[in-house]
Design a protein around this ligand. Structure first.
Ligand SMILES: [Zn+2]
Ligand SMILES: [Zn+2]
Length: 114
């Protein structure tokens, strides 16, 4: 199955919103706070679910940059000096997407993932 790749990434730091256009035509929206709270790095997640940190107080956090890693992930830098999270494209596209379409279909993930 071909990877779904980002074709355009737009960062709106005033709104705290990140938009990604995907090679399958989908357009994703994320809030910067949401992506920060979902950071997948070992520091934030720990090695077991019990070790995962509860990240809070990040309402004002902003994304300062993003850098593709290979062709599978995006490394996102935040203005709280955190830049170790590698967000896999498949997770961004299918799990974390906060666009209206995906939010509506949260009870029907299969439709969104297709
Ligand atoms: Zn992290
Ligand atoms: Zn979506």
């Amino acid at each position: 199955m071909p990877q779904t790749l980002p074709v355009a990434i737009r960062n709106y730091s005033t709104d705290g919103t990140l938009e990604i256009d995907w090679s399958d035509g989908h357009q994703s929206r994320y809030s910067h706070e949401w992506l920060r709270v979902q950071c997948p790095c070992a520091d934030c997640r720990g090695h077991t679910p019990e070790q995962a940190k509860v990240i809070s107080g990040k309402e004002q956090v902003r994304i300062t940059g993003g850098e593709p890693v290979g062709n599978y992930a995006l490394r996102i830098s935040f203005d709280d000096d955190h830049n170790t999270g590698l967000y896999e494209f498949s997770g961004l596209r299918h799990t974390l997407c906060g666009c209206a379409t995906c939010s509506d279909k949260q009870t029907d993930k299969e439709t969104c993932a297709s």
